[in-house]
Design a binder for this molecule. Sequence first.
Ligand SMILES: CCCCCCCC(=O)SCCNC(=O)CCNC(=O)[C@H](O)C(C)(C)COP(=O)(O)OP(=O)(O)OC[C@H]1O[C@@H](n2cnc3c(N)ncnc32)[C@H](O)[C@@H]1OP(=O)(O)O
Length: 187
Amino acid sequence: MTPPDDATAPVRHPDAPAPGELLGAHYAHCFGCGDAQPHGLMLQARAAEGVAITAEFTVKPEHQGAPGLAHGGVLATALDETLGSLNWLLRVIAVTGRLETDFVRPVPVDTVLHLEAEVTAVAGRKIYSTAVGRIGGPDGEIAVRADGLFIEVKVDHFIDNGRPEEIQAAMSDPDQVRRARAFEVNP
Ligand SMILES: CCCCCCCC(=O)SCCNC(=O)CCNC(=O)[C@H](O)C(C)(C)COP(=O)(O)OP(=O)(O)OC[C@H]1O[C@@H](n2cnc3c(N)ncnc32)[C@H](O)[C@@H]1OP(=O)(O)O
């Protein structure tokens, strides 16, 4: 998870959403951010300065592991989704290759997890990024942390591997932006 010596600093795409702008769901059925997933996280990410974002996720009863506490895998999903959203600021299509997560404190149901993430380096197709999630407010205690390694892929990654029903449905969406963003492609 350490960038190689020839890694470079990430470059914010000129058409990246302005700092403060909500990114919106990239795909309505995404478990991380989609608004058509009633049991999903409905995570809301917002562009920040540089190649960074902030995001919020409210832990619901359906996200429990232990009684009254968020499931660790759900928290890892929130971190994965937040880190994955960063690639939209680079306008690079990428998928998670590796995710290393530290669970620092338990996160109760009804808590808002305040996430901050940034890309730290890029090396060829590899994008290195890091995130923290806080509870008790945006400046609260750190509850979770993750480092991510995303690998740039072509749109064929989704078309060749996704279930045909969903691929067809996403590609037939008359909304050009929604169609492109389902695969995180620059419309
Ligand atoms: C649309 C956006 C949705 C966002 C949702 C949130 C993000 C997600 O959860 S994405 C879903 C989860 N992830 C996946 O399903 C990915 C599944 N894995 C794969 O498809 C492949 O392993 C993939 C594409 C990551 C890499 O395969 P491939 O393209 O053949 O790459 P490959 O040539 O092996 O490796 C490229 C480089 O990445 C490195 N790499 C690849 N995988 C890893 C890994 N797991 N750990 C460390 N390094 C890795 C390789 O070492 C190589 O490095 P170098 O260039 O220095 O030699």
